[in-house]
Ligand binder design. Sequence first.
Ligand code: PHE
Length: 356
Amino acid sequence: MNDLNAIVESAQLAFAQAHAPADLENAKAQFLGKTGRITELMKGMAALSVEEKKSRGASINLAKQAIEAALNQRRQQLADAELQAQLQAEALDVTLPGRQRGQGGLHPVSLTLERIESIFGSMGFDVAQGPEIESDWFNFTALNTPQDHPARSMHDTFYVEGGTAEAPNLLRTHTSPMQIRHAVQHVKKYRAASQVQAEGLFSGDMPEIRVIAPGRTYRVDSDATHSPMFHQCEGLWIGQNVSFKDLKFVFTDFCRTFFENNDLVLRFRPSFFPFTEPSAEIDIQFPSGPLAGRWLEVAGSGQVHPNVIRNMGLDPEKYIGFAFGMGPDRLTMLRYGVNDLRLFFDGDIRFLSQFQ
Ligand code: PHE
């Protein structure tokens, strides 16, 4: 019996010293394998008598069972330890804040453009879009500003390839070319529909032109209130009986709605643009708040010049109207109290996220 106890004890010790499943299986082989100590003892029984076999066999079996029990226990311990280690390695801290996907938003100037479009939309204005690379004709000549006109010097811009040597293409200096582009399309459409007048200036009937054209514009200019790329929004209303008083009403209504202030005061200050006559600069004044009492220029405007009406393909004896061009960047600065225009175009998320 003693030899068996010693074997069981040494098996238990060997199992306890196995710290990995492979070591444990090796240790098992030493005792229960084909040439293991228990197996050898079984083989050694061949020489015994039947009586001896019975008692010796029972003892060996008990020892074998004890070894198997120790083996299973150690297997379980190692499996538990492995699971614990894995759980620890893959531990999840459910108290950490979740990772959220940052939410984007519209640029403050885009918010202003949307606002402008919705206010003018409610007054029956369409929205038109046009190219930022413009020809000399649409940017200047069609707008009654010929090659040698001094007003061109205020519109120094970036010239690009295309066009002619004397009149190269350029980045548009204002959205006013859209007056011509849009009106020409409009007239073409209704001239075709009317079938009355195939050529020459159109003097038939057509629905009024009522459109705004927002977009990017370019000039060689850069300081706190000027950026080489900036925004404008053109407005045009052409009909048979559209007057300066309509301009005053429409623009006053727009400004008061835009700034949500019915006490806003407007001033139409005489000015000059080659494509309007008469022309006016539009200033606004807030009755209260940090800007109270100051006149702030927000747009140029005027009655569309007869030469421009002609370049739209319309008969100036029949068609008349007004145009304005405003600065959405300026309107955004006034609305939110921003004092440096360049902030809008630096792309600093700390600034931009304040408008969400
Ligand atoms: N295009 C002019 C500018 O950029 C503004 C303007 C538009 C003036 C329409 C009159 C009519 O300064």
